[in-house]
Structures are given as structure tokens and as C-alpha cells.
Ligand binder design. Structure first.
Ligand code: C2E
Ligand code: CA
Ligand code: CA
Ligand code: CA
Length: 278
């Protein structure tokens, strides 16, 4: 039993070392990813349930490393945050997304609204507004067509700076959506104090709307809450017709998910020739 304990310990140690080495690889690789042109954005369409038309597009970041392969943003974005790279990454994403909106315009594909994910760290930065103004000016994008998606965790930190930045964004005309709504632990008070225009029901609830009484109750409550507060509600991660029907019956405004389309390259999205309404 003693030996086994030692072996377990050694095994554990090796595994931890391996993980640390992997992690170091990831950090090093990530630091050069922008310069090596390894990042790209893919785009997932959002549809209005009332008419089925395209009402917006969410940009999602992709990183393909020559040796490590495709690494999920869920994995590398936390690393970028830890190593102080998230601002650089966030700037790249916003610039690229805005440039894409302009390119689509030039191609005659008018995307009404482009949603960009931003991390808590970006929203807390003192220079966020200047940076966004700079990107908008450089790319000549109408700020009314931009939506930033932030998670609830934004409303739990550094309150004054966040409130200042969010209000300044609103003043610019940029809309704000609460991503993964319902999955965090924040109080709901911020919903009436901050300039939020949309709630995005988290996939974890969408998954069970047609099979799980708790999930359907939560999704229904979010839709009712949104309507009462005059906010739009969109559901993410819709994979089945049963889920879409539930959401439509409950009065959800818009949907996004594999049932309708996967995230895809900018050109592929344009070539779908979706009907579009503002
Ligand atoms: P998220 O913002 O909640 O994005 C939704 C995720 O669900 C995306 O994963 C999307 O590809 C995936 N998805 C969409 N529809 C379906 C569906 O029907 N079924 C399933 N199973 N999945 C679906 P992805 O692209 O891997 O992104 C993961 C997370 O990484 C995002 O979650 C977001 O938090 C973060 N992220 C992605 N791009 C960016 C970015 O540019 N900046 C920041 N800060 N975070 C980003
Ligand atoms: Ca999102
Ligand atoms: Ca989300
Ligand atoms: Ca999510």
C-alpha cells in the first residue's frame, strides 16, 4: 500500500510537470500567434424567430497553430488573460471584425449587427473607449451596428470603471449583450442600472428546454424578464427543432445554433444568401 502511494505520487508529479510544460508551450505559441497570422474569425448567424431572417452575426475567434493544431478559444483565452495578452488579442478581434463588416458591405452583403465577444479585462481597461473609437474611425464602421457580448462577471468587478466604460459605449451607439445569461452568480440589479440591450440565454439551459423542467422554467423566466425590462432575448446553442419551437412559443426574439448554422468563414456566410432584415 505504501509503494502504491509512492507510485501514485510520482505519477501525479509527472502529470503535473507535463501539464506545466504543455502550458508553457501554449503560452509561448500564443505570444507569437498574431504576428504569425495564425488567428482568424469565424462567424455564426443569428436569426429572428418571427420571420426567420438573419438579424446579426457573432464573431468567434479561431487559432490554428502549425504543430499544436486548432486550439479552442475556451482554452487559450483564459491563458491570454493570465499572461496579459488579452488586450492585444481583443484589439485584434475588434479590428478584424469591423474590417469584415466593411468588406461585407463592399460585397453587397449587409449584416445588420455584428456581435463581438469581449473579456472582463477589456471592459475594465481605462483606455477601452479610446481604443474602440480609434478602431471605429479607422474601419469606418457605424457603431450602431456593433454589439459587444460580455458575461455577467463583468458586473461583479471594479464597478465604477465598468459603469463608466459601459455608459461611454452606449453614448457611442454601441449595444451591449449579456452573454451566458443565467450561468453566473451576479445579482440582477445591474440590469436596470446599466445600458444593456440584450440577454443571451446560455446554452446550458437551451439544451434542456424541451426535456428538463428546470431548464425550461429558467429559459421562460429569462424571456419574461427580458420583455419586462424592454430587452431583446436571444438563445445560443440551439441544436434541435424542439428547442427552437419552445423558444419561439415563449416569445424569444432570436436564435443561434447548429440547427441553423455553424460558425463559418466570412465568405461562406456571405454565400448563404440569407434574407436579411434590420
Ligand atoms: P460563447 O460566446 O458562449 O460562444 C458560443 C460557443 O458555442 C462557441 O464556441 C460556438 O462555436 C459554440 N456553439 C454555437 N452554436 C452551438 C451549438 O448549437 N451547439 C454547440 N455545441 N456549440 C455551439 P467557441 O467558438 O469554441 O467559443 C467558446 C468561447 O470562447 C465563447 O463562448 C466565448 O466565451 C469565447 N470566445 C470566442 N471568441 C472570442 C473572442 O473573440 N473574444 C473573447 N474574449 N472570447 C471569445
Ligand atoms: Ca458569445
Ligand atoms: Ca454565449
Ligand atoms: Ca455560452
Amino acid at each position: 500500500a505504501k509503494d502504491q502511494g509512492r507510485n501514485t505520487y510520482h505519477f501525479f508529479e509527472t502529470e503535473m510537470t507535463e501539464r506545466a510544460v504543455q502550458r508553457l508551450h501554449l503560452e509561448t505559441a500564443l505570444r507569437g500567434a498574431i504576428a504569425r497570422n495564425e488567428l482568424e474569425l469565424v462567424y455564426q448567424p443569428q436569426f429572428r424567430l418571427a420571420n426567420g431572417d438573419l438579424c446579426g452575426v457573432e464573431s468567434l475567434l479561431r487559432w490554428t497553430h502549425p504543430e499544436l493544431g486548432t486550439i479552442s478559444p475556451a482554452k487559450f483565452i483564459p491563458v491570454a488573460e493570465e499572461i496579459g495578452m488579452i488586450s492585444e488579442l481583443g484589439r485584434w478581434v475588434l479590428t478584424e471584425a469591423c474590417n469584415q463588416l466593411t468588406r461585407w458591405d463592399a460585397e453587397g452583403f449587409r449584416v445588420p449587427s455584428l456581435s463581438v465577444n469581449v473579456s472582463v479585462h477589456q471592459v475594465e481597461r481605462i483606455d477601452l473607449i479610446d481604443e474602440i473609437k480609434g478602431i471605429i474611425a479607422a474601419t469606418d464602421v457605424d457603431p450602431d451596428r456593433l454589439e459587444l457580448e460580455v458575461t455577467e462577471s463583468v458586473f461583479m468587478r471594479n464597478v465604477e470603471r465598468v459603469v463608466e466604460n459601459l455608459n461611454a459605449l452606449r453614448d457611442l451607439g454601441i449595444r451591449l449583450a449579456v452573454d451566458d445569461f443565467g450561468s453566473g452568480f451576479s445579482s440582477l440589479g445591474y440590469l436596470k442600472q446599466l445600458p444593456i440591450s440584450r440577454l443571451k440565454i446560455d446554452k446550458t439551459f437551451v439544451d434542456g428546454v424541451d426535456t428538463d423542467a428546470n431548464d425550461s422554467a429558467i429559459a421562460r423566466a429569462v424571456i419574461v424578464l427580458g420583455r419586462a425590462l424592454g430587452l431583446e432575448v436571444i438563445a445560443e446553442g440551439v441544436e434541435t427543432q424542439a428547442q427552437a419551437s419552445f423558444l419561439e412559443n415563449e416569445g424569444c426574439d432570436a436564435v443561434q445554433g447548429y440547427l441553423f448554422a455553424r460558425p463559418m468563414a466570412a465568405g461562406a456566410l456571405r454565400d448563404q444568401h440569407y434574407a436579411v432584415t434590420d
